[in-house]
Design a protein around this ligand. Structure first.
Ligand SMILES: [Zn+2]
Length: 189
């Protein structure tokens, strides 16, 4: 039986590298995988999954109004597995539709993304993935300022921490840093 996975991590925890690795492993065995990503994140271009170490490949871009269930149901041959990058940007409907992909189409879905935003609130996609996924895993990375596990994302603009504002801001002069709880509130910058 197919399962619904949510693998979350802070910034720079290697989520995209993990997706590219999983895809590569399946493809080596002749199994076709489908990679999808949010159309909201256009840093590498719409429909591109790119890791910070320079590896990238094309993906199906998910718009807010994309009917992901209909899209996957039509695929021939049926995918062996669906991999989703930037899953925090999914809508509640997308997450429920992916759950139906798992249950009704019997296709495993692995969603990768951030859990919390820089204000330390859950993203919509992450909230419903936490509620609906069969298996939840943390991809660990360490705090930029100490050796503790990074559980939060610190947003800085011009080197200063920012805790308020719109949830989604991509492509400005801000930086997102993986931090532990202590250094989220008291970053050493
Ligand atoms: Zn720390």
């Amino acid at each position: 039986m197919a399962q619904f996975y949510f693998k979350y991590g802070s910034m720079n925890s290697g989520k995209t590298i993990e997706i590219l690795k999983v895809a590569h492993n399946y493809e080596e065995q002749g199994k076709n995988v489908v990679i999808m990503t949010s159309a909201i994140d256009t840093r590498a271009g719409v429909g591109v999954v790119a890791s910070r170490i320079g590896m990238q490949r094309e993906a199906i871009a998910i718009e807010d109004d994309t009917d992901v269930y209909a899209l996957i149901e039509k695929m021939d041959p049926k995918p062996y597995c669906i991999l989703i990058d930037e899953a925090q940007f999914l809508t509640k409907k997308h997450v429920y539709d992916f759950a139906r992909v798992v249950d009704d189409l019997d296709v495993p879905v692995m969603a990768f993304g951030l859990k919390n935003d820089f204000r330390n609130e859950l993203f919509e996609g992450s909230k419903y993935l936490l509620l609906l996924a069969d298996k939840i895993d943390e991809i660990k990375t360490i705090c930029q300022f100490c050796s503790k596990k990074a559980t939060m994302v610190l947003r800085t603009v011009d080197g200063k921490p920012v805790y308020e504002g719109e949830q989604i801001q991509i492509g400005g002069n801000e930086t997102y840093i993986p931090v532990c709880r202590k250094h989220y509130f008291r970053p050493e910058i």
